[in-house]
Design a protein around this ligand. Structure first.
Ligand code: DGJ
Length: 741
């Protein structure tokens, strides 16, 4: 039973894994946040209020915070009644006022975890033992009712939180801000950790001390964005990879978000996450409800490693769904950087032929196969194969690829329309736009208005017809621009600011329909690289393209940071061309391979034009990856040496039974006569001896007994010596297996 309601105290104690979360209500029904941190035993907890109450009244029964709301640690802060910090909700009542004062009415515990209508969310399976607490609050004058939802799993440190607002009054209200989670933490001695960046440089870790005032991140682009990820953490100043407290919020949402950490006069911190209120409002008629997306809250008392372990387990197994959740992901070759738009059936077949010799399992045909798309200025929306390039159509090409022993994958950008397309000519009002204003084109394209059901139906039908027309085993679902002139021709003037959220809900609906209609297809999301690499999309598609930047030097940081939240199975990563198309660096194939095989692995170069020597090396890489794929995609991940703090990086994967491991070390910059480097591993069984082989080994070196044997204890405490590496961006990699000899 992870949720306890105390009968002699107005207290709720939610306990999951090694974490407790405690809330209580005052005699006048104000909901107070009492605790979030290491697990507490089940005991009287009301005295926790003394930590927060500045008047030292260690009894909540005697505290009502009237007139001093800003001293109260709130669970769902209201606006206009004396708490001058950021409210969780802002509404505009029919009388033009905006005061709300939510008070406790009732609560209940339900087994499992209810789905959130129309939204992605963590789910529970039978036997998980999950429980959900619903707390009902009401603003009596307006009869607005809030249901706060909290789910805990007995064995996970994560807490899932969301909010449902119901208008039980007689008059409509306009929601102007709606947090999914707001939590007051009783101190401010933290660093914030966020993931920020740009195209080709996504999700770099930013760590900065909290100061009095506010620190916020957001997206207003209609997608979660390259610039900021919907993730924010507060870490002890001395928290590191393996120790210290970290409190993190991750948003299960793919549209505009806002997250803030604010430190107020008493040195406490309010952490807030929700839909971005910028250009958002929602008209809630009498009798209607509004469901806010889910926030996953994770506490770790064992630093960033503990944090990631919780996220990886939860997102890998209880956010990702479908037949691919637990299956090894195919090794791909994608033709984008090999050909861009300049390909035909023969060229793609040549690449597939070479891929088949290398042992690659899926060929993905990227952008340019439809309409008359020879560059990026036409045909989005016209999902019909271009017979000039593909005379035998998709079916003919897919069958050729299948004949070569590979499955066939296809690129789409379903949410877009080119002004030069039959779809746009037939339905010029089907794009997001504001009547009478310029429709800003980005990459020569406009965004389809997925808030409209007829647009969604059309796209589901168009995609379904392509997916039914050929043996397509994989889909790359791209999205290459942000939203501008945000408005919908189908919405009333008073509802225009609902467009961006309705668009996101529309995307989710289309994804749900398409993925459930084609359950065997592996879907990978993509957004101009990693502009929509978020927990929301992972509910529909179990892996995502991480960045268009395939330079392994850049990927060291991108993948390291992405791994804070997401497991390797979700991180799409390919071996690109050298010199790299984004950074123009020349990079060794071994390092390109080692970095790329730390996720959902593939190649993205013209295999038909590689030297025999490189093809042979790739064949060995592919065979090696097959041998370690399960550990990489479903094992435990350890960040060992940070690319942020040195000219090197290292990480490893360990099988759940600790019998096998795969470790990588990269030296970024060559130093003459560099000091000896020892690499200390993690997660091994200290009592076992491990057979260790360096280099891409398809099993033969292991079988022959080459390499060396070393104890798990030594490997973790003393470390193993990294071989001398000569040149920039060189790497060593090791496969370890418990020695039976
Ligand atoms: C952006 C993606 O990130 C690339 O991988 C590629 O699919 C292009 N779009 C195609 O237009």
């Amino acid at each position: 039973m992870p949720i306890y309601i105390h009968h002699d105290e107005p207290v709720f104690h939610l306990k999951g894994g090694n974490t407790s979360y405690v809330l209580a209500y005052t005699p006048t029904g104000l909901l107070a946040h009492l605790y979030w941190g290491p697990a507490l035993s089940d005991q009287p907890l009301l005295s926790l209020i003394s930590h927060a109450d500045r008047r030292f009244t260690p009894d909540l029964r005697a505290v009502d915070f009237q007139g001093c709301r800003e001293q109260m640690p709130c669970e769902f802060p209201s606006l206009g009644t004396g708490d001058f910090r950021l409210p969780a909700i802002e509404v505009l009542h029919a009388d033009g006022s905006s005061v709300v004062d939510f008070r406790y009415i009732s609560s209940r515990i339900i087994p499992g975890k209810p789905a959130l209508e129309g939204l992605p969310a963590v789910y529970a399976e039978d036997g998980d033992g999950a429980e959900t607490l619903e707390i009902f609050l009401e603003d009596a004058p307006s009869r607005l009712r809030v249901c706060l939802l909290y789910t805990v799993f007995p064995a996970s440190d994560a807490l899932m939180r969301s909010v449902r607002l119901e208008n039980a009054g007689v008059r409509a209200v306009r929601i102007e801000r709606m947090a999914s989670a707001s939590v007051d933490i009783g101190r401010s001695s933290f660093d914030t950790i966020t993931l920020s960046g740009s195209w080709g440089r996504e999700r770099r870790i930013d760590r900065t001390p909290l100061r009095p005032g506010t620190f916020s991140i957001e997206s207003a682009r209609g997608v979660s964005s390259h610039q900021f990820s919907p993730f924010i953490a507060l870490a002890d100043h001395d928290a590191n990879e393996t120790s210290g407290s970290v409190f993190a919020l991750s948003f299960v949402y793919s549209g505009n978000f806002f997250a803030e950490a604010s430190v107020e006069q008493f040195g406490t911190t309010r952490l807030h996450m929700g839909i971005n209120p910028r250009d958002f409002s929602w008209l809630l008629e009498s009798g209607e409800t509004f469901q806010a997306p889910e926030v996953v809250m994770v506490h770790s008392a064992s630093g960033l490693r503990g944090l990631s372990k919780t996220f990886h387990a939860l997102y890998g197994k209880r956010l990702a769904r479908g037949s691919w959740r637990d299956r090894e992901r195919p090794i791909l070759v994608n033709n984008w950087e090999a050909t861009y738009f300049d390909f035909n059936q023969e060229k793609i077949t040549d690449i597939a032929r070479a891929a088949s010799r290398v042992g690659i399992e899926t060929l993905v045909l990227d952008d340019g196969w439809f309409g008359h798309r020879d560059k990026d200025d036409s045909s989005l929306g016209d999902w019909v194969a271009d017979r000039r390039k593909l005379p035998d159509g998709l079916d003919g090409l897919a069958r050729r690829i299948n004949y070569l022993g590979l499955t066939f994958g296809l690129w789409f950008e379903p949410e877009m329309v080119s002004p030069d397309s039959d779809l746009y000519r037939a339905h010029p009002d089907w794009c997001i736009h504001v009547s009478g204003r310029l429709r800003t084109e980005m990459r020569n394209q406009l965004v389809l208005d997925f808030s409209r059901s007829e647009v969604r139906d059309h796209i589901v039908a168009a995609l379904s017809s392509v997916l039914e027309s050929a043996p397509i085993a994989y889909v790359k679902w791209d999205m290459n621009r942000g939203l501008t002139e945000v408005g919908s021709a189908a919405l009333a003037p008073g509802r225009q600011r609902e467009t961006a959220h309705r668009y996101c809900l529309g995307v989710y609906e289309v994804m749900e329909r398409v993925t459930s209609r084609f359950p065997k297809v592996l879907f990978e999301s993509c957004s101009s690289g990693g502009a929509r690499f978020d927990a929301g999309l992972m509910y529909y598609m179990p892996q995502a393209w991480t960045s268009d930047d395939m330079d392994p030097l850049e990927r060291l940081k991108i993948q390291w940071s992405t791994s804070l939240v997401f497991p390797a199975s979700m991180i799409g990563t390919h071996v690109g061309t050298s010199p790299n198309h984004t950074t123009h660096r020349t990079l060794p194939l071994k390092t390109r391979g080692a970095v790329a095989m730390s996720g959902a692995f593939g190649y993205e170069l013209d295999l038909s034009r590689q030297t025999e020597e490189d093809l042979a090396a790739m064949r060995v890489q592919v065979a090696f990856f097959r041998a370690v794929r399960t550990i990489v995609q479903f094992g435990d991940f350890y960040r060992l040496v940070s690319p942020y703090s040195s000219d090197e990086a290292a990480w490893s994967f360990v099988s759940p039974d600790k019998r096998e491991s795969f470790a990588v070390y990269v030296r970024v910059r060559h130093e003459p006569n560099a000091p000896v480097v020892t690499l200390r591993l993690a997660g091994l069984d200290s009592g076992s001896m491990y057979h260790v082989v360096e280099g891409f080994d398809d099993g033969l070196a292991m079988a022959r007994g080459t390499g060396f044997v070393m104890g798990g204890d030594l490997l973790m405490k003393a470390g193993m010596v990294v071989p001398c590496l000569s040149g920039d961006m060189q790497c060593a990699l090791w496969r370890l297996r418990v020695s039976t000899g």
